[in-house]
Design a protein around this ligand. Structure first.
Ligand code: GCU
Length: 349
């Protein structure tokens, strides 16, 4: 296993940095291919290391869990399956890397389920606002049949879903305190590049600004946005707290991370190798969970040391009521409605 710490970011196209223009993702992926970073079409065998992408930095729990998976896969395959991991968006923003994975230029990719949801609508369901009662409910769903059934929707789109990583709850943070919808009104809030989250912020009365993860820090510093939303570890690792020191614990979504694989490369593997990847991805998910829980605790300490104001007395019911309408379009679709019903039923156990 190999973790690549060289940054290729400077050699990417300006489109890859902006990421928001139509077609930018395709151009970024193409540019990367031309630069030879992603040798699509190069003959691969089981022994060719998997090119593995992650948007988070090398010491983040998702990347550490991929390293764990790499080690386990290498050992279970007698050294035949190996990983070369590119953390820190070296292979592009998530939107670009998803396309590159479908093309077969990236073999394994750890992405947030949110950008996958723009392509595969079922992947949005787990990220619907205020769907889960608590962490146990969420973990039960992603670990069980419902989670597996949702991952299976990736395959017709050229991706094989291997496992979820729990990325906790996401909350809003901003340059000024938010306790009520009144406080939230008119705030320019960065969301992940998906219409669902644009709608969510609009339902709550804010101004949604979709943009890539890598653009958020600068946009906060320059006042392009007033806030964003994410889990504790991302809020701290990205240093967004420097510009947006009010963290409102509204816990509006639990958006899981997905470890997925290019179907192109998957189809070249034999059943035994595929089984090893499925098993080790699940092992990595459990390993990640321990790292995650510890990292959340550390992040909260770091936030307090940095003088972040944590707003616990947010009117969560008011937020949940305003976001309720977001489920309606999903409830109109029988397949989505069924999944939502199954998720709700799992809360009671
Ligand atoms: C989380 C997630 C990233 C994602 C980011 C985002 O931090 O781990 O994969 O890119 O959210 O808000 O875009």
């Amino acid at each position: 296993m190999d973790v690549c710490t060289t940054s290729f970011r400077d050699s990417r196209s300006p489109e890859a940095h902006r990421g928001a223009r139509p077609g930018a993702a395709v151009r970024a992926a193409t540019a990367a291919l031309v630069l030879g970073l992603l040798p699509v079409g190069a003959p691969s065998s089981a022994e060719t290391p998997f090119r593995v992408a992650d948007a988070q930095p090398a010491d983040y729990p998702t990347v550490l869990a991929l390293e764990y998976m790499a080690e386990r896969a290498r050992s279970l395959s007698g050294g035949r399956l190996t990983f070369r991991i590119y953390p820190a968006r070296q292979l592009g923003e998530e939107k670009d890397t998803i396309l590159a994975t479908i093309f077969g230029a990236i073999d394994i990719n750890r992405v947030s389920s949110a950008p996958l949801g723009t392509m595969v609508p079922e992947l949005q369901i787990l990220g619907l606002p205020y769907l889960f009662a608590d962490q146990d409910h969420f973990r039960r769903v992603i670990d069980g049949d419902i989670g597996a059934d949702i991952l299976a929707f990736l395959e017709p789109h050229g991706m094989i879903g291997l496992a979820y990583f729990d990325a906790g709850a996401r909350s809003f943070y901003s340059t000024r305190p938010v306790r009520t919808l009144e406080d939230f009104r008119g705030l320019k809030i960065r969301v992940q590049n998906t219409p669902l989250y644009v709608d969510m912020v609009e339902h709550l009365g804010g101004n949604a600004t979709p943009m890539s993860f890598g653009q958020v820090y600068e946009s906060l510093l320059t006042g392009v946005i007033d806030g964003a939303e994410n889990n504790w570890p991302s809020y701290i690792t990205t240093r967004h707290f420097e510009a947006a020191p009010y963290y409102t614990l509204d816990r509006h979504t639990m958006v899981p991370e997905v470890v997925m694989m290019s179907k192109k490369r998957w189809d070249e593997l034999d059943a035994g190798q595929q089984g090893i990847l499925r098993t080790t991805a699940r092992e990595a998910a459990l390993h990640m969970r321990q790292l995650w829980d510890a990292r959340v605790a550390e992040a909260r300490v770091a936030a307090s040391e940095a003088g972040v104001t944590v707003i616990e007395d947010v009117d969560q019911r008011q937020f949940a009521a305003a976001a309720k309408g977001l489920l309606e379009p999903f409830m109109q679709n029988p397949v989505h409605a069924k999944l939502i019903e199954r998720i709700r039923a799992a809360a009671a156990r």
